[in-house]
Write a new protein. Sequence first.
Length: 270
Amino acid sequence: MKHKTSFSLVFVSRIVIALVFLFITQPVVGARSPESAGVVETTQDAFSAAASVPGVRFVHTATDVNCTGWRSLIDHPLTNNNPNAILFVTENWNPGGGEIGMYNDPPIGVYYDISPQKWIIFNQDTAAMPIGAAFNVLIPSVDTSVFVHTATGANIVQNLTYIDHPLTNDNPNAIVFVTQNSGPGAGVGVFNNHPTGVFYDDGEQKWGIFNQDTTAAMPLGAAFNVLIPPSGADIFVHTATAGNIALNHTFIDHPLTNKNPNAIVFVTQN
């Protein structure tokens, strides 16, 4: 990563001219997730009463201890032995604002492995997980705004699957976060090796999850963790423009992220 700035902003890599949903949380300094305590100083648990979405947030880093091939094992008390946990993951190139980060190009997802009884972050194309790749992880408190959506014959149209939920139906202003889940409830999962996004269909009056490479059909059984957060200052839509794009990234200008390298940012392309 050769591009530098004189101030600390969180960036979103691999974004073209598009809208993205953003959710930002403030970490509790000094509280680290059990999996990486003493290994990565920027890994933190965050219990933030001020956040619009109650729950736990932390940075997970792939290490030679927790990686096997294309997978990186999460070790956290809220997800261990919990196949029904719902996780949201966004890749983080440089936790803590370091100048040297780690790219991981493939589409990612999560699934529950019944052998270690832990959740996995994995590369959908089974390419090796790079040591040092980092991921912002959100484990929200479970309520009606957090659920698993499964693609079925009834809701798939070509490369997309429609969400049917009272918080999103007939609501074009909903904010929808998704993470691919290839093993909900410890079931047999389906890989979907495609970058995904969400959009609102005016005709159907529903939100859809779609494969960005539009010729790729949405596979039957593909599952997605879905979060529809309430409105709040930490949740907004960011648009890539000529004024905020530099090379392969777009800068976020927001009081919760400016000069805050430890902010934890979650993104879904809209």
